[in-house]
Design a protein around this ligand. Structure first.
Ligand code: FMN
Length: 432
């Protein structure tokens, strides 16, 4: 029996595709829910587990000393709050999980616990949260602080935040709502508890004022790859999304998460690891290679975009460095592991060489649906993974190429579920 895969799609509520041949009305479509609803329905047809919705709370303005590049290219701004889209997508689907990003640093725990629990009711047990600590000083400044906390402390506070939110979800026992019409008792007061949480960073009295939700505890997803990030995942997460570079790092990541899960008294199967990939598909291998070659040929565009991305993740202006010198080593309090991954990957290369290639996730996948499905099967087996997170902009071409080309090719190999076995996101994630 082949090892079955879980599939997710990663994107943000921002401009997906505009001024390209297949963009359609992408310059305005991205603001309305319909394009995501259509995409979600296609993902459900392809039996995806979930969509994971990226988020951030600032307009980047470090690259070349201003926000000009960001705004002109619409790479990270404008961007919309994911939360209002969640119920709209859920109402148009029956099985797909929806996992918006939530920052532990800036969401008060009580509000987050309440919001996610409510969304769990609204989605009938299909919501999750991609917990991030926010890495950029501009975000901190938007909330009245001068800078982000130091990387290690962000995780320390994040641990406490996640613990408190989890405890708030437990303040109502699952059977607290008795609805005893004869006795005139709706909720049993003996099953609703004060919390009186007293931590180093947070205090909360409790109980939560939301009814116990279908999953009890919405699915927790997490992406931080530093030792502190992996430990956070091992303690709290049901799902890890991972952008490790190359097969060896991907395998090391899964093995390390498994070890840490056991260290926290959990089973390695309790937390799934999905690898970020951006497949380049074509009707034939030759057609896909042609598309890939055109992407490689756009050297100037790739360099600008990659410099902007490195700037985004580090908070250091990569536009200031000599392109023909070795990749600079920068100190950052922002996304440390992303920058460290890139440093390792770029050893021996100049900044220009490193940035000339388009960014495609953990491994390059290029070919016809059947060829890419075969690569995915081999890679998933080799790294001991649980599946893949497709990172491509949402437009009708990219979505249907994956949901109606690649996914059926994976299904023909017996790699996808034949039907959703359970009503909730967590149960479907834990099915295999
Ligand atoms: C696949 C992936 C998705 C991420 N999504 C987000 C996001 O939506 N918002 C955000 O602020 N950070 C996001 N991050 C950044 C991480 O949450 C984390 O802040 C970053 O990796 C730095 O932590 P680390 O040093 O532990 O890796 C993402 C990272 C990865 C690898």
């Amino acid at each position: 029996m082949p090892r079955k895969m879980h599939l997710g799609w990663f994107f943000g509520f921002q401009v997906q595709s505009w001024n390209q041949v297949w963009s359609g009305d992408g310059d305005t479509d991205w603001m309305t829910p319909e394009i995501y609803v259509e995409a979600a329905q296609a993902m459900e047809r392809a039996r995806f587990d979930c969509m994971v919705i990226e988020d951030a709370l600032f307009v980047p303005d470090v690259f070349r000393g201003s926000a000009d590049w960001t705004l002109e290219h619409a790479l990270y701004a404008p961007k919309h709050d994911p939360m209002p889209y969640v119920p709209v997508i859920a109402a148009a689907t029956r099985h797909l999980g929806v996992i918006p990003t939530v920052t532990t640093t800036f969401y008060p725990p009580y509000l987050a616990a309440r919001l996610l629990s409510t969304l769990d009711h609204v989605t009938r047990g299909r919501v999750g949260a991609n917990l991030v600590m926010s890495h950029n000083d501009r975000t901190a400044q938007n909330f009245g602080y001068d800078a982000q906390r130091e990387h290690g402390q962000r995780y320390e506070v994040g641990h406490e935040w996640a613990e408190l939110v989890g405890r708030l979800w437990e303040t109502w026992e699952p059977d607290a709502i008795v609805k005893d019409a004869e006795a005139g008792v709706y909720a049993d007061p003996a099953k609703v508890h004060r919390l009186d949480y007293e931590g180093t960073w947070y205090r909360s009295r409790g109980p939560l004022n939301v009814a116990p939700s279908p999953q009890g505890r919405p699915v927790i997803c997490q992406a931080g790859a530093s030792p502190a990030g992996r430990d956070f995942a091992a303690r709290f997460a049901d799902l890890v999304i991972c952008n490790a570079q190359g097969i060896d790092s991907m395998r090391e990541y899964r093995e390390d998460i498994s070890r840490r899960l056991v260290g926290h008294g959990r089973d390695p199967g309790d937390c799934k690891v999905l690898y970020l990939v951006s497949p380049v598909l074509g009707e034939t291998d030759a057609e896909a290679s042609g598309r890939w070659q055109r992407m490689l040929d756009d050297v100037e565009g790739n360099i600008e975009r990659n410099l902007a991305i490195l700037t985004y993740y580090s908070g250091v202006d990569f536009g200031q460095f000599d392109l023909d010198a070795p990749m600079p080593v920068v100190r950052t309090n922002a996304s440390k592991t992303t920058i460290e991954h890139n440093r390792v990957k770029s050893e021996g290369a100049t900044l220009r060489e490193f940035c000339s290639r388009p960014e495609r996730g953990c491994v390059d996948l290029v070919g016809s649906p059947d060829a890419v499905a075969a690569q995915m099967e081999e890679i998933n087996g080799a790294v001991g993974g649980d599946g893949f997170l497709i990172a491509l902009p949402i437009n009708r071409r990219t979505v249907y190429e994956v949901t109606d080309g690649l996914a059926p090719a994976l299904a023909r190999r017996g790699l996808l579920r034949e039907a959703y076995a359970y009503p909730t996101l967590r149960e479907n994630l834990l099915e295999f």
